[in-house]
Ligand binder design. Structure first.
Ligand SMILES: Cc1cc2nc3c(=O)[nH]c(=O)nc-3n(C[C@H](O)[C@H](O)[C@H](O)COP(=O)(O)O)c2cc1C
Length: 213
């Protein structure tokens, strides 16, 4: 699968077929995680592969009762050892670098799952203490994400993305680059966005005026 294709066609999957994930399908996912960039190449992470049904049910409960997680035949907890990054990079290493490295792992894993015909979903909403208890890991390690994996039983619509020109500045915060368009951005799109924004501000101002009368 082409990289850009994989990035654009991966979807969060929350419905799965009742079928165990073969180890041969899990291994490339773990391997893709291992290839994620990490600050100083520290790789200060561990991956816990959860296949046991009872444990998956407990995890679903600890994820604020996201019951759909019970039907995902495999969960992978991405667990970090932040103190290892603290040793080299201090506070920033412990919080920022570790989080960012684990996020790169999560994305790599989901793309690898997609490449192997499996569905996945990143789960970040959970009660850390409960996950710690269920998986039995020590106080000083931190669970960053749980990736649910299995054969997809749904084809979700693509959740819309903001138009590029709404998210991009050129050279400095707030500079939309009017007049000097980067390749790939349609000049009309920039103008449309500006005019839509103007309309929006204008009507908000009108509403405000009316409400004050
Ligand atoms: C940090 C993070 C936490 C997330 N946590 C959850 C979650 O707890 N439950 C869930 O169903 N989806 C979760 N998601 C998935 C997002 O809802 C999903 O990526 C987003 O709606 C875009 O859809 P897409 O992945 O299909 O492009 C999370 C995604 C990220 C990056």
């Amino acid at each position: 699968m082409d990289t850009i294709d994989a990035i654009q066609t991966r979807r969060s999957i929350r419905k799965f077929k009742e079928k165990d994930t073969a180890w041969s399908d899990i291994i490339p996912i773990i391997e893709a995680g291992q290839y994620a960039p990490s600050a100083g190449n520290l790789q200060n992470w561990k991956f816990i592969i959860i296949r046991d049904q009872k444990t998956r049910h407990k995890i679903a409960d600890a994820c604020h009762e996201q019951d759909w997680l019970k039907d995902a035949p495999t969960h992978i907890a991405i667990v970090a050892e932040p103190y290892k990054a603290h040793e080299f990079y201090g506070e920033r290493g412990e919080s920022q670098y570790t989080t960012q490295s684990c996020a790169a792992v999560a994305q790599n894993m989901m793309l690898a799952a997609h490449n192997g015909g499996l569905g996945s979903c990143w789960v970040g909403a959970f009660e850390e203490d409960k996950i710690k208890d269920i998986l039995g890991f020590p106080e000083k390690v931190v669970c960053h994400a749980i990736i649910a994996i299995g054969e997809p039983a749904e084809t979700p619509q693509v959740p819309s993305r903001k138009a590029m020109h709404l998210n991009v500045y050129v050279d400095a915060w707030g500079n939309k680059g009017y007049g000097d368009y980067p390749k790939g951005f349609k000049s009309t799109a920039w103008k449309e966005a500006a005019s839509q924004l103007q309309d929006h501000i204008h009507s908000a101002a009108e509403r405000l005026k009316k409400s004050k009368k």
